[in-house]
Ligand binder design. Structure first.
Ligand code: UD1
Length: 417
């Protein structure tokens, strides 16, 4: 298994380009299942999770041609409607094929994702919504089996804000008979990106980006050419990297408007960020002030940046309370940061971080995707050498992270093994 060796203490400087958003690319690629014909998607990132969904879609009969960051996909011949345990267990987002398959083929059999490192993460809301649209759903042998000759429009209230749940049902509803209204829908930018793609395919969708989405079903959709939005979590990670190393970075091909919650917090810490429509210049270097953070569905502070902002708070002046409200059990990075000299205590849903002057390098282990990113950030700002093991987690969601950090002057290298 690969490791990452990081010698901390280098000030990051230069320019970095942000890749396409993993969490937008995954549902957009799944949406190809709704159409007979060649779709063209641009700005597809090169990530392990993208390789996984490609494998899954190919196993269903989707044909693909990739050229750089452009991917052409054709689901003219869907040969089977089953997503196997082997594929789903490596990536929960595989559940995104459920809605499109039932809508287009009238049936789907998708392995239940099961537990994962950051909490139970059930898919009950996806299932309940499909049932409300007339699907017959059974749980058998660890699989969700859904059948519906044609889904029917319905009024669906999500008990809590679910990102992939909203995406799955929005896709399913595009081909349903009648109008579907999603209430308490998630509002993430990735949902807006998916809605734009679906609208380009001929879907009738209104309200994506708000908590009520109205989808008027159509008989069929047609192929589309569209682009994936920039990854706001990757951009946020580089913003924090500049802060923790006292650096000066220009982040290009990003969308600062998607990062309001993080930018507001960073301003309070004393980190300066100047944004244009598609770039940001971030300067650290001043003494960092502690801030409190509470994760919430968009437009609140993203849970996918919770671990990274905690890395920053470990070396800020004062006390910071970081509260995780989206997922249970998303503090696995805490014990690793403590091994690097951080002062953090967990109390229920909150982590209380007392800033220390410096972290020091240590052997640490990645436990999930965003936790790995936070440990790299902690290591970049620390004194001495950190060895991060199990880096496959980071490859799931960050494109060539060590190359991007090296180009900014970091001392980071991957050791294969
Ligand atoms: C997506 C993102 C992930 C991000 C998360 C929250 C993708 C591929 N992944 O994950 O990076 O961390 O949103 O912003 O886009 N829940 C239920 N029942 C359900 C569905 C969800 O109880 O049927 C709960 C979950 O356990 C969790 C909360 O709802 O506590 C939010 O989960 P959800 O928004 O669904 O997360 P994902 O879509 O899996």
């Amino acid at each position: 298994m690969d490791k990452m060796v990081i010698v901390g203490g280098k000030r990051l400087e230069g320019e970095v380009r942000i890749s396409g958003a993993k969490n937008a690319a995954l549902p957009i690629m799944a949406s190809a299942l709704l159409v007979d014909g060649w779709n063209t998607f641009h700005n597809i990132p090169d990530l392990l999770d993208i390789t996984t969904i490609k494998k899954l879609l190919k196993s269903l009969g989707v044909t693909m041609e990739a050229e750089g960051e452009t991917l052409r996909m054709n689901a003219g011949q869907i040969t089977q409607c089953e997503a196997s345990y082997d594929l789903v267990r490596t990536m929960r987002a595989s559940i995104l094929v459920l809605g499109p398959l039932v809508a287009r083929m009238g049936e789907a059999r998708v392995s239940l994702p099961g537990g994962c490192a950051i909490g139970a993460r059930p898919v009950n809301l996806h299932i309940k919504a499909l049932q409300e649209m007339g699907a017959e759903v059974t749980l058998k042998d660890g699989y969700v089996e859904a059948k519906a000759a044609r889904l029917k429009g319905a009024e669906i209230y999500f008990d809590l804000s679910t990102v992939t749940g909203t995406e799955n049902i929005m896709m399913a509803a595009t081909l349903a008979k009648g109008t579907t209204v999603l209430k308490n829908a998630a509002r993430e930018p990735e949902i807006v990106n998916l809605a734009e793609v679906l609208i380009g395919m001929g879907a009738r969708i209104q309200g994506a980006g708000s908590d009520v989405i109205v989808i008027e079903g159509v008989e069929r959709l047609h192929p589309v050419e569209a682009a994936v939005i920039p990854d706001r979590i990757e951009a946020g990670t580089f913003l924090i990297a500049a802060g923790i190393t006292g650096g000066d970075i220009r982040i290009r091909d990003c969308n600062p408007a998607h990062l309001d919650a993080l930018l507001a917090r960073l301003k309070d810490t004393g980190i300066s960020v100047k944004a244009t429509a598609d770039s940001m210049r971030v300067k650290g270097g001043r003494a960092l002030r502690s801030v409190d953070v509470k994760t919430l569905p968009y437009p609140g502070f993203p849970t996918d940046l919770q671990a990274q902002i905690m890395a920053l708070m470990t070396v800020a002046n004062g006390l910071s309370v970081i509260t995780e409200t989206v997922f249970e059990n998303r503090f696995m990075h805490v014990s690793e940061m403590v091994r690097m000299g951080a002062d953090i205590v967990i109390e229920g849903k909150s982590a209380i971080v007392r800033g220390v002057p410096k972290l020091h390098g240590a052997p640490v282990m990645a436990t999930d995707l965003r936790a790995s990113a936070s440990l790299i950030l902690a290591a970049l700002g620390a004194e001495g050498t950190t060895t991060l093991s199990r880096v496959y987690h980071i490859d799931r969601g960050y494109q060539k992270i060590e190359e991007k950090f090296s180009a900014l002057g970091a001392d980071i290298r991957r050791i294969s093994g």
